[in-house]
Ligand binder design. Structure first.
Ligand SMILES: *[C@@H]1O[C@H](CO)[C@@H](O)[C@H](O)[C@H]1NC(C)=O
Ligand SMILES: *[C@@H]1O[C@H](CO)[C@@H](O)[C@H](O)[C@H]1NC(C)=O
Ligand SMILES: *[C@@H]1O[C@H](CO)[C@@H](O)[C@H](O)[C@H]1NC(C)=O
Ligand SMILES: *[C@@H]1O[C@H](CO)[C@@H](O)[C@H](O)[C@H]1NC(C)=O
Ligand SMILES: *[C@@H]1O[C@H](CO)[C@@H](O)[C@H](O)[C@H]1NC(C)=O
Length: 469
């Protein structure tokens, strides 16, 4: 056998060095979730200009919108497309429909558009109606068919996965004790992990330190949630030392996977972030914390060499921040409409450098945090300023139809009948509805018609029910 000359060997070494280098670089590019649940957002064309100007490395879509995929053609952005939950069963059913999906949503744009991830469904395992459970069992078959359709086209650089939420875990703390939920651990997780492992794909996780912290601010320190902590927490099971909550959450998934015999599946973060504003009863949703979280996150995730987590040191974690814009048509509490880096008019809510090049000390000082302590006192839910009066009657009817005797005090002759105006009746109904049903998850929102207030709206013997915190 010919001894290879040292020249090609050297070249080879250099090449592999270069490859390793560029792989590490590409994996540490920060991605952005381009959510579009708003009626006041810039056009897709403007949005992609904005995403490019922010120097994002990747963009994640919640669909495979053809206009957006076309506009992304020729850009250097790596793209993640998503198959809606309600198409999963159909795609799992036969290879023809999988091939059709890949044709319509990938081949028409690829490789000009750098599609790199196909995410099958969104948080599929967080829903559990009978129909949802049918989707659970079709999830991996659909992923396999999409992968096969790509392979049939000779496409190797698109990973297939599915973003899951932290609720796939039964317990999360300490990380070494984490296991997958029992209702998915037998039939859903084993084939999913097998697929991710054998296709060298990523376990995509939607992971927010905001939620465990805001649900339990007494027991979890805000600094841990914002990567500002210098307290070290040792996991008694593993002996690993943690300084931030994100690493704990990521490693709980790592440990759960390891218990199934998959120590090598890499994590990717499909969503993470911090709300820049929220309702009066929501702690810690402010610009100060949002900027602190996202800036520290970017610094960590772009570190070279990669930091990884205590259980997987040195392993890069591709990360998509949620979200590009504040999205005004998202339902639920106020935080839901305030995850954006940008206002709907495209201006930034706080300065942020997605490349990770900027030193944290080079940012301008932030406004002080306004609500890092829980609100204490009474709150009412009243008609918002500027609410569309045409929409009030149906919201009023809805509120009154919920709960027990919600609007009894509004009937003629009763104490809150006067003044007979749709605004004051709706304000009463919203307050009464919210006071009764908040503990069951009801929001003071009504599609933007309602807002929380600390000002007691009660009048002349009519007591508005309140929420007391
Ligand atoms: C595959 O599924 C599609 C959509 O459900 C259906 O129209 C088609 O007949 C199926 N093809 C085969 C071969 O079963
Ligand atoms: C996971 O993938 C690796 C590399 O392909 C392989 O060596 C290993 O056996 C797989 N693990 C399982 C549990 O299938
Ligand atoms: C906070 O931690 C304490 C001690 O570990 C525990 O007893 C308590 O239940 C926790 N509180 C909440 C709200 O989780
Ligand atoms: C964008 O919106 C913010 C907040 O509503 C406003 O203060 C700012 O002037 C707007 N900027 C532009 C360029 O429209
Ligand atoms: C309404 O009253 C019934 C019977 O007292 C009770 O079981 C139910 O939980 C109440 N519903 C609400 C929303 O308070």
């Amino acid at each position: 056998m010919d001894n290879p000359s040292s020249k090609p060997l050297l070249l080879c070494l250099i090449l592999s060095c270069l490859l390793v280098g560029s792989w590490a670089e590409s994996s540490s590019k920060i991605g952005i979730n381009y959510g579009r649940v708003g009626n006041n957002l810039p056009s897709p064309y403007q949005s992609i200009q904005i995403i490019k100007s922010m120097k994002a490395g990747r963009v994640k879509l919640y669909d495979a919108d053809p206009e957006i995929l076309k506009l992304l053609g020729g850009t250097k952005l790596e793209v993640s497309v998503m198959i809606p939950n309600d198409e999963i069963i159909n795609i799992a059913a036969n290879q023809t429909s999988a091939a059709q999906w890949v044709h319509d949503n990938v081949l028409l744009f690829y490789p000009d558009t750098m599609i790199r991830f196909i995410l099958v469904g969104n948080e599929v395992l967080s829903y559990s109606s009978d129909y949802d459970k049918e989707i659970w069992h079709n999830l991996v078959p659909a992923m396999r068919r999409i992968k096969a359709a790509l392979r049939a086209q000779g496409i190797k650089n698109i990973k297939v996965s599915t973003p899951l939420a932290m609720d796939v875990l039964q317990s999360t703390f300490p990380p070494s004790s984490a296991t997958f939920r029992s209702d998915i651990s037998e039939n859903v997780m084993p084939p999913l992990l097998h697929f991710l492992n054998s296709s060298k794909s990523y376990f995509f996780l939607d992971v927010y330190t905001y939620f465990p912290w805001s649900a339990n601010p007494k027991n979890i320190s805000l600094d841990m949630a914002l990567f500002e902590g210098n307290v070290k927490h040792t996991d008694p099971g593993s002996g690993l030392v943690y300084t931030n909550l994100l690493d704990q959450m990521l490693d709980s998934v790592n440990f759960a996977m390891e218990k199934f015999g998959y120590p090598d599946i890499r994590l990717a973060i499909s969503e993470t972030g911090w709300p820049n504003s929220g309702d009066l009863d929501q702690i810690g949703a402010n610009v100060h914390n949002a900027a602190t979280y996202n800036r520290n996150l970017i610094k960590r995730m772009t570190a070279n060499p990669p930091l990884g987590t205590p259980a997987r040191p040195g392993v890069a974690i591709p990360t998509f921040i949620f979200s590009l814009y504040n999205e005004n048509q998202k339902a639920g509490p106020g935080t839901e409409r305030h995850w954006g880096l940008l206002r709907p008019n495209g201006t930034s809510i706080y300065d942020i450098d997605l490349t990770g090049d900027r030193q944290l000390s080079d940012y301008d000082p932030l406004p002080p945090p306004v609500n890092n302590e829980p609100y204490r006192g009474e709150l009412w839910c009243v008609v918002a300023e500027g609410a569309n009066l045409m929409e009030l009657p149906s919201a009023l009817n809805f509120a009154c139809s919920q709960g027990n005797e919600t609007c009894a005090a509004l009937t003629p002759g009763r104490e809150c009948y006067q003044p007979v105006s749709v605004i004051s009746h709706a304000s009463y109904a919203f307050s009464s509805y919210w006071a009764q049903l908040r503990s069951q998850g009801a929001s003071c929102y009504f599609n933007g018609l309602a807002v929380q207030t600390t000002n007691n709206p009660g009048v002349r013997g009519c007591v508005f029910p309140s929420v007391t915190l």
